[in-house]
Structure formats: structure tokens, C-alpha cells
Design a binder for this molecule. Structure first.
Ligand SMILES: Cc1cc2nc3c(=O)[nH]c(=O)nc-3n(C[C@H](O)[C@H](O)[C@H](O)COP(=O)(O)OP(=O)(O)OC[C@H]3O[C@@H](n4cnc5c(N)ncnc54)[C@H](O)[C@@H]3O)c2cc1C
Length: 499
């Protein structure tokens, strides 16, 4: 509160998961909170939309923090995203790799997965057993979400050190090699393929073990009801606590008076006063249009200048409706006839069945989706097309992809109804996402982890949040970053940070 007794106001830029989280924690911390979102609805990348009566989900493949008792679960509960009654999809595997007619599945049941992999490739038994031992260790990798790391005391280090005691073995063993390099430790071509089918092959191998462990441990479930609904539950919580949210309100710039932000200017020229600002948007537009570039932290400058070590990914994605099924809720990586997208040719494709939740089913038909991973240079390809070329490229790809799905799964023959397709440029248009990336920088062995702490250097009252403030991004980083930004403001005011 100021001298007149009125509350200090935090203005939050962006109504994605980080912005909504910041808004909710700001209100819990005793501030006034206003969110300004450029789109018509909240959610940002945690999104979904309807086509031809079907709901297309475009986010949660696994939500880290669904395990009760973890710090992150408490955060998801506080922001209204999850509750103790939340139901989760009953999918029993991470994904299946199909390669040259053979298949292997990463079951959530690790013993079953290990047994099947040894049966497939007995000569890899030692490496397989080691893999599962380290996946087991990786279950200990839990995002500490009670408070930002710079506020940890000795007790926090001891507590977290104890709960994660075996995890350093994982980063030591698998942190310095890429998935591509790691896969070569297996002799079976099928297992080699499995290891670098899901995450980009330049990823540090440890990130893959952690992802699988999170899902296998029940800490990465998919809440029923779709991603957009989760964002809307958070918006509801924010409003119930008294927050004000304005959609269709793009922020043009943060208005500075020397080193202090006095407020924001919207695209329509309106000025909004703020005591504190939490920008919860992609950091590229933040430091290239909302604020002068001089405020960009060095670690981000290094990352943007070095895409080889800090690549980002996006996708060319399609959605179809069908009545055929290839596996309940299954995610499959399949062989396809060579398919050229831009300047590259692909021989693998991701396919996922959305038949596990009634929200994706209509009249006995459900949604399936495909994705072809795209990198920085692919973004440049899409970006360089004229409007007509862009539309034509999408149309051709959709038809080629449909043919390939039908070939891989004869059950879909003449039964695929096209719903929609989208590209890296879609993400840029919708969320101002850097190179169309919906995650933060990839964790490669050559990159340092990004971790923006505290107040933005050179300013008095700007506290960034969002997935780009901490690699490798994703929903857990986004939701925790909103909370951390508010705790940092409270700390600067010498107030209780336990909110
Ligand atoms: C296909 C797909 C699958 C994914 N799968 C997973 C998964 O399984 N697990 C996982 O953890 N994560 C996943 N993610 C990533 C996850 O969605 C993001 O990490 C997370 O939603 C990012 O949240 P954020 O709030 O940091 O950023 P954003 O969602 O980008 O939110 C930023 C918001 O700011 C708004 N904005 C931007 N500029 C302005 C401006 N100038 N003025 C006002 N508003 C502005 C944007 O419109 C947006 O709403 C996936 C994403 C996609 C697209």
C-alpha cells in the first residue's frame, strides 16, 4: 500500500500461463493486478480451437506437476489449473516408435518397457538396464516451486539435495551428450531410432530421460478437458480473486522515466499506470519492441546470437477427424515416404490419437494430429513465402500427409476429414513467438541453461516472467515464473514471500 492506503498496482503483459499465474499470485500478495493480453482470449500457447465441430488441442502432451505432494502441484492448485478432483487421461505409454515394420513402446510401466526392450534386443541388455536405472533416478528431478532459487537458504539446499540425491548422476552421465550420440550406444536400429524420435536429436540426452521419467511417475499426466480449459480455469481464478483482465489489448511499449517504468502504452495509444510491471511475453519482442534492446540480459543476447547451440523448435502440424483407431490415446512415430517441407526432406512423422477425452469426439469420430518438427531455418522458409505460396505449400503438404497416414494406417483409408493445419508462422502471428517456437531454447550440451533472476537489470520495477526466463521453458517454468516474479517484488518490499 502507498501512503494513502491504496494498493500498489502490478501490470502484467500477456495472459498466457505465466501472466495468469503472476496475476493470481499478485492478488494473493496484496497487490492490485491487471493483465493486458493482445489476443481475444487468454492462454497464449496453452490453447485449443474448434473446426467443423471438433476441438483441436494444441498444448498439453504432459503436464509436469500433476503428482500430489510436489511443490509444483501446489502451484497448479493455487492457480486453479488442477484440483484434487482433476481427472487425467488414462494413457499408459509415453510413445511408440514404429521403424521398418518393428515397434517398441515406452510404457509408463518401466518394468514392462524394460522387459520388452530386452526381448527386442538382448545384445543391448546392459545399456537398456542402465537406461531404466537412470530413468528411475530421473523421477527425482522435480522443479522446486516454493520460491526462486536466489531466495533459498541452507535448509532449502539440504532438503532439495536430499530429495534429488541421485539426480546429479543423470546430468553427469547424460548431460554432456546429445540424443543422437546417446542412441549410438544401442546396437538395435529400432532402439537407436526410439531414443531420438521424440525430442530433437540435438537435445541433451538427460532431458529425454527426465521427460520419460516424469510421465512414467504420474507427474506428467494430461488433465481431462483440454488445454484451453485449463487456461480458462486460471482466468476464472484470477477474476474471482478480483483481478482485471483486458483482452484485445496489445501492449506497444513499456513507458520508462529514467530507470523506472511508469506504465504501459497500448497499441491504441492508451497509457496505463503501473507501480510494477511483469512482462510475461516472449523475450524477443520484449527486448526488441516493448523495451530498448539495451535492457536485454547478456545470457539472452548470447542465445539469440548463437542458434547452433541455442536452437528453437516449432512444427508443421495438421489435424484430421476419423472414425478409425490406431491405439487408444497413443502417440506414434512412424516411417513415411520422403516428404519435402521447405528445404528439408523428412522420413519420420509424429501422429497422436485424441480419442481419450470426449471433448475431441463427435458422432463417434475423433481427432488425430500430426507434427513435423521445424527449426530456425524452417521458420525462415515459411516466413519467406508470399501469401499465395504459403497457402499452396500448406495445401500440398496436407494432401501428402493424408496419403502417408492412410498408407501407415489402412484403417484410415477414405476416412480422413481435414480439419486444420498450422505452421511456425502461426505461432509468431498468434503469440509473437520467436521463430515460431512454442518452447524456450533447446537444452543442448553446448548451451548454458538460461535463468533470469530478480529485477530486470537497469530498471527499478520490471520483473520478467514467462517460459523464456528459464530454459527449457514449458508449462511448469511458465507457471512457476509468474509466482517467482511476485515473490521478488514482495522481497524488494521486505514483505512475506510465502503466498
Ligand atoms: C503444440 C504445443 C505443445 C506443447 N506441449 C507442451 C507440453 O506437453 N508440456 C509443456 O510443459 N509445455 C508444452 N507446450 C509449451 C507451453 O504451451 C508453453 O511453454 C507455455 O504455454 C508458455 O506460457 P507463457 O505464459 O510463458 O507464454 P505464452 O503462452 O507465449 O504467453 C504469452 C502471452 O502474451 C501475449 N502477448 C504477446 N505479446 C503481447 C503484447 N505485446 N501485448 C499483450 N499481450 C502479448 C500472447 O498473446 C500470449 O497470450 C506446448 C506448446 C505447444 C504449442
Amino acid at each position: 500500500m502507498d501512503k494513502t492506503g491504496s494498493k500498489k498496482k502490478i501490470v502484467i503483459i500477456g495472459g498466457g500461463i505465466a501472466g495468469l499465474s503472476a496475476g493470481i499470485y499478485a492478488l494473493k500478495g496484496g497487490f492490485e493486478a491487471e493483465i493486458y493480453e493482445k489476443n481475444a482470449i487468454v492462454g497464449g500457447e496453452c490453447m485449443g480451437w474448434n473446426r467443423k465441430g471438433f476441438h483441436i488441442d494444441n498444448c498439453i502432451h504432459w503436464l509436469t506437476g500433476t503428482k500430489k505432494g510436489t511443490e509444483l502441484y501446489e502451484v497448479w492448485k493455487t492457480v486453479g489449473a488442477l484440483s484434487d478432483d482433476t481427472e487425467y487421461a488414462d494413457i499408459d505409454s509415453f510413445y511408440t516408435t514404429v521403424y521398418k515394420g518393428e515397434r517398441v513402446t515406452l510404457w509408463n510401466d518401466l518394468e514392462r518397457a524394460q522387459k520388452e526392450m530386452i526381448e527386442i534386443s538382448p545384445e543391448d541388455e546392459d545399456e537398456i538396464r542402465k537406461f531404466f536405472k537412470y530413468v528411475e533416478y530421473s523421477k527425482q528431478c522435480l522443479l522446486p516451486a516454493a520460491k526462486p532459487m536466489e531466495m533459498w537458504g541452507i535448509r532449502d539446499y539440504i532438503r532439495i539435495g536430499k530429495t534429488m540425491k541421485d539426480f546429479p548422476k543423470v546430468t553427469k552421465e547424460y548431460g554432456g551428450i546429445t540424443l543422437d550420440e546417446y542412441s549410438k550406444r544401442f546396437r538395435s536400429p529400432l532402439l537407436q531410432r526410439l531414443m531420438c524420435d521424440y525430442l530433437p536429436k540435438d537435445y541433451s540426452a538427460y532431458a529425454f530421460l527426465v521427460s520419460y521419467a516424469t510421465v512414467a511417475d504420474g507427474n506428467g499426466n494430461i488433465p481431462m478437458g483440454a488445454s484451453l480449459q485449463m487456461s480458462l480455469r486460471m482466468e476464472k481464478r484470477f477474476k474471482e480473486l478480483g483481478g482485471k483482465i483486458t483482452c484485445n489489448a496489445g501492449v506497444k511499449k513499456i513507458v520508462m522515466d529514467n530507470n523506472t517504468a511508469t506504465g504501459i502504452e497500448l497499441e491504441d495509444g492508451t497509457f496505463i499506470h503501473a507501480d510494477y510491471i511483469i512482462p510475461a511475453i516472449d523475450t524477443y519482442p520484449l527486448f526488441n519492441s516493448l523495451l530498448p534492446e539495451k535492457y536485454m540480459p547478456d545470457e539472452l543476447k548470447t542465445a539469440y546470437a548463437n542458434p547452433t547451440h541455442y536452437p528453437v523448435t516449432s512444427g508443421f502440424q495438421t489435424a484430421f477427424a476419423t472414425s478409425g483407431s490406431f491405439g487408444y490415446g497413443e502417440t506414434m512415430m512412424i516411417d513415411i515416404e520422403p516428404l519435402t517441407v521447405g528445404k528439408k526432406t523428412y522420413e519420420r512423422m509424429y501422429v497422436k490419437a485424441y480419442d481419450y477425452d470426449p471433448v475431441y469426439i463427435k458422432d463417434g469420430r475423433h481427432v488425430i494430429q500430426t507434427c513435423i518438427t521445424q527449426f530456425d531455418e524452417d521458420f525462415e522458409y515459411w516466413k519467406g513465402l508470399s501469401k499465395e505460396e504459403y497457402a499452396k505449400a500448406k495445401e500440398q503438404l496436407v494432401s501428402e500427409i493424408a496419403k502417408r497416414i492412410e498408407r501407415a494406417f489402412p484403417v484410415f483409408k477414405d476416412d480422413l476429414e481435414f480439419l486444420d493445419c498450422w505452421t511456425p508462422v502461426t505461432y509468431e502471428r498468434y503469440c509473437d513467438a520467436y521463430h515460431g517456437s512454442y518452447m524456450s531454447f533447446i537444452a543442448t550440451p553446448g548451451a548454458k541453461m538460461i535463468s533470469l533472476k530478480g529485477r530486470l537489470k537497469g530498471t527499478e520495477n520490471i520483473y520478467p516472467a514467462g517460459q523464456w526466463t528459464s530454459s527449457t521453458g514449458g508449462l511448469p517454468v511458465a507457471v512457476a515464473s509468474g509466482k517467482f516474479a511476485v515473490q521478488r517484488i514482495l522481497k524488494s518490499l521486505k514483505k512475506d514471500i510465502n503466498i
